[in-house]
Design a binder for this molecule. Structure first.
Ligand SMILES: Nc1ncnc2c1ncn2[C@@H]1O[C@H](COP(=O)(O)OP(=O)(O)O)[C@@H](O)[C@H]1O
Ligand SMILES: [Mg+2]
Length: 352
């Protein structure tokens, strides 16, 4: 792909710049019209992802606005999207602009999805912006399903219930294997044709304990520390705390009483990780660390049905493949985990 972009830039440097920009913008306009107008085909139907990458990388920018403001929606608690900008390119095509580590992990999520031949993550490219002062920045095709952003999260969840079993399997596999544990209706969209798009890979870089079909347990306050593996993680030995929205402080008092070793800072981190839509959390004390699983308020894509063709590219995946795609700041342990989760999925479906 990179070579393609370099070639495209090289060739275009000979063409008059004006016609170059106008051809890019008319191609953008065509795609924007396809995505924005009523249709009964998936957002990615017939889409040439390489071509969209080229449009995102080269088309001049028209304007930019914080994404929540642009969508006219209230920032969701704990999911404020304040670091994401909605960029409008000439021709009207839109992209989500992310910065720094979030940008690099988004690119990883997309490239990984291409590697396993999935069409669930919207095309994402590296694109430098002067104002970012050298921070990594990526631009990702914005998928604008009509209405979606203004529906309640209950309604959004209902829509996801309707997606095809094959799409459910595709999301399950991609999200689980990558370690995208933060699946809620703000991190996916589903279009009028009930075709889902998955994004926000900003939280992948965590050591986690997870069984396929369940939410992951995340160590509080730890990112990628390596834990001794000589003991099984006690998945079923949790303590559950109900978290009614208006009584979060009370809940935190209970957690503090139960786990007196938790510092104020750790308690603050747990509190921050409880979204308003979460009804309860499960905590496990293991290896001098508190692990938290948010039980509800989530979409847990999980398919009872196994789709052989979809899973085949995952079976072929090697550790080196993952390492080649992963952000440079990823630890070896994080890379191992991707392969381990792939193996867990194979075991679950009894793939020979
Ligand atoms: N490619 C995209 N298509 C459609 N909407 C997007 C896209 N990327 C981001 N968004 C919107 O922007 C919001 C913030 O993006 P996200 O990556 O989830 O950032 P954060 O890390 O702040 O949660 C999302 O909740 C969603 O509404
Ligand atoms: Mg998000």
């Amino acid at each position: 792909m990179q070579r393609l972009v370099i070639l495209a830039v090289f060739l275009l440097s000979f063409a008059p710049r004006v016609s170059e920009a106008s051809s890019l913008s008319s191609r953008c306009a065509k795609l924007a019209a396809y995505l924005g107008n009523p249709r009964d085909t998936a957002w990615h139907a017939g889409m040439n992802f390489d071509e969209v990458e080229e449009l995102l990388a080269l088309t001049p920018v028209k304007s930019m606005q914080p994404i929540q403001e642009a969508l006219g929606i209230e920032a969701e608690k704990g999911n404020d999207g304040e670091n994401v900008q909605l960029v409008t390119l000439r021709g009207g095509l839109k992209g989500a602009l992310r910065f720094a580590e979030a940008a690099e992990q988004e690119l990883f999520g997309y490239r990984f999805s291409r590697k396993v031949q999935s069409r669930i993550v919207p095309p994402t490219v590296k694109r430098d912006f002067k104002f970012a002062h050298g921070l990594s920045t990526t631009l990702q095709l914005f998928i604008p399903p009509k209405e979606y952003f203004h529906l309640s999260s209950v309604k959004r969840r209902e829509l996801f219930e309707k997606m095809s079993e094959q799409d459910r399997f595709s999301i399950s596999a991609l999200a689980f294997v990558l370690g995208h544990w933060d699946l809620h209706p703000g991190n996916m969209v589903i279009d009028e044709a009930l075709a889902p798009a998955l994004f926000d890979f900003g939280d992948l870089a965590r050591v986690m304990k997870v069984r396929y079909g369940e939410m992951a347990f995340i160590p509080i306050g730890e990112t990628d520390r390596v834990f001794p593996e000589n003991e099984e993680f006690p998945f079923d030995q949790f303590e559950e705390f109900e978290t009614p929205e208006d009584q979060l402080d009370l809940v935190m008092k209970k957690v503090a009483a139960r786990f007196p070793e938790l510092s104020a800072n750790m308690l603050f981190k747990i509190k921050n990780r409880i979204y308003s839509s979460t009804r309860s959390i499960k905590l496990i004390h293991w290896n001098s660390t508190i692990w938290m699983q948010r039980v509800s308020g989530k979409i847990v894509p999980f398919s009872k049905k196994y789709f052989k063709k979809e899973f085949k590219p995952y079976q072929a995946l090697t550790r080196d493949d993952v390492k080649a795609l992963a952000p440079s700041f990823w630890s070896e342990r994080l890379i191992d985990q991707v392969i381990e989760r792939r193996d867990l999925m194979s075991e679950y479906y009894k793939v020979p």
